[in-house]
Ligand binder design. Structure first.
Ligand code: SAM
Length: 430
């Protein structure tokens, strides 16, 4: 009897026609406003840019249903395309908003000058009442006392900036300053405190970190604005907070109104893959962004299913069955993620114009030793919505740090070898 293996459900490699290099080994991923802020599982701008150059030639409206920090939006805007995106994480929206906004550079420079004076004039003055930061229960556990004082004064400085776009520019630099001056390990996306030994020698210079971020971001912004200003058409950006799993408001994204979707959904639920909420928690709390605590449960796959679903993807069903044979609970968690991904795709599909494109950059993580064929599932889900498969490109992730940072396990420092590839799935509406 013939034994069925997981490979029987994958496309044969020869059907995957390559279009040159998708690896972009050595390319700088921090040009323009892409330099602004780190974020877990960021898409590299070159991938979004190449997708747009290949499939977005005539596009006038781009939508990203998992915006993150807005990589695809920035790439759309520098090509003169109007863009919109949504994300449930308020910190992601804040960063994406800053990266796509077009503030007056003279105003930014004026405030950078004021910041210099603020630092020059600063004299340490213990806070009269120990500050409480809503959302951070043990402030002194996550920050040294001297750091709290400086962050607090810095936040007062930010609050004194009246112009919204200038304040936003400063908030993004402040967010990174919070992260880098906190007692958390910077190489992890979850909140892990430094060891006692490391902590004893840890003495971050808060104002210096902030100053470096501001200078770096100012350079990126200058280059970004120069491109936008030379654009024949001034592109518009809109950032939303709706959940594409439950529905897409028509007044935000009109049905059949999108020319191209360029996006990278999460690899899996936040609990077992990237904890976006945890990554953002300290910054979001200092910035007083709403709901930082509950995010991870609201993101895709936040709630485990009670029963198994049968998907319109044989490869996916087979993989979930294999996991279920060894661990039913994990299989139900995995299934919940794909239930949400399917619902989201069904909603996204309705926003795309006839002949418009859906371009999803995905990773195939491994659970209990079983590879989850997310690339095939995305293709199958869109095909179920009347789309045709144009191609799936394979990108070898060149940077050794990427798989580590995108660790599908959430265990500190653990690398999974399956995450050294990502897949760019291109679908076209009928
Ligand atoms: C892989 S990241 C996107 C990264 C982005 N392409 C970038 O370059 O920064 C996935 C994003 O999906 C968001 N997300 C997860 N579930 C969501 C949902 N149901 N609705 C909207 N956004 C969601 C997460 O908050 C996260 O920011």
């Amino acid at each position: 009897m013939l034994k069925i293996t997981q490979m029987d459900f994958f496309e044969k490699p020869e059907s995957r026609v390559e279009t040159g290099d998708w690896t972009f080994n050595g390319a700088s991923t921090r040009e323009l406003t892409h330099c602004y802020h780190d974020y877990p599982a960021r898409m590299i701008p070159q991938v979004a840019g190449k997708i747009l150059d290949l499939f977005g030639g005539d596009a006038k409206f781009l939508f990203d249903p998992y915006l993150g920090t807005g990589t695809s939006l920035v790439e759309g805007m520098v090509r003169g395309i109007n863009v919109a995106g949504t994300d449930l994480n308020p910190l992601a929206r804040l960063i994406a908003g800053a990266k796509t906004s077009t503030p007056d550079l003279r105003l930014i420079d004026k405030h950078i000058g004021k910041f210099g004076k603020f630092v020059f004039d600063y004299t340490p003055s213990p806070l009269a009442v120990p500050p409480t930061i809503q959302g951070v229960t043990r402030l002194e556990f996550w920050f040294k006392k001297s750091v709290v004082e400086k962050l607090y004064r810095l936040r007062e400085f930010l609050q004194s900036i009246e112009d919204d776009s200038a304040r936003l520019f400063f908030q993004v630099a402040f967010s990174e300053t919070v992260r880098e001056s906190s007692n958390t390990r910077n190489d992890e996306f979850k909140l892990y405190r430094y060891s006692a030994e490391k902590l004893a020698a840890f003495n971050p210079d808060v104002f210096r970190i902030m100053s470096q971020k501001l200078q770096r971001n100012r350079t990126g912004l200058g280059k970004y604005l120069a491109i936008i200003k030379n654009s024949k058409h001034a592109p518009v950006s809109n950032i939303y907070s709706f959940n594409t799993v439950t529905g897409i408001p028509q007044d935000c994204i009109p049905p059949a109104g999108v020319d191209i979707v360029v996006t990278s959904p999460p690899y899996g639920d936040s609990h077992t893959t990237v904890a976006y909420g945890q990554y953002s928690r300290l910054s979001a709390a200092w910035l007083e962004l709403k709901e930082p605590d509950k995010i991870d449960r609201k993101l895709m796959g936040g709630f485990a299913s009670k029963k198994f679903s049968c998907f319109t993807s044989k490869a996916l069903n087979f993989a979930i069955e294999q996991i279920g044979a060894v661990d039913k609970k994990r299989a139900l968690e995995v299934s919940a993620f794909y239930v949400d991904l399917y619902a989201s795709i069904a909603n996204v599909a309705l926003t795309i114009k006839p002949k418009g494109y859906a371009c999803y950059v995905v990773g195939n993580r491994k659970v209990k030793g079983v590879v989850l064929p997310t690339d095939v599932a995305v293709k199958d889900f869109f095909e179920g919505c009347g789309f045709e498969h144009v191609n799936t490109f394979t990108r070898v992730i060149p940077n050794k740090r990427m798989p580590l940072k995108n660790s599908p396990t959430n265990a500190p420092g653990v690398i999974d070898s399956t995450m050294t590839n990502e897949y760019i799935v291109i679908m076209r509406n009928a």
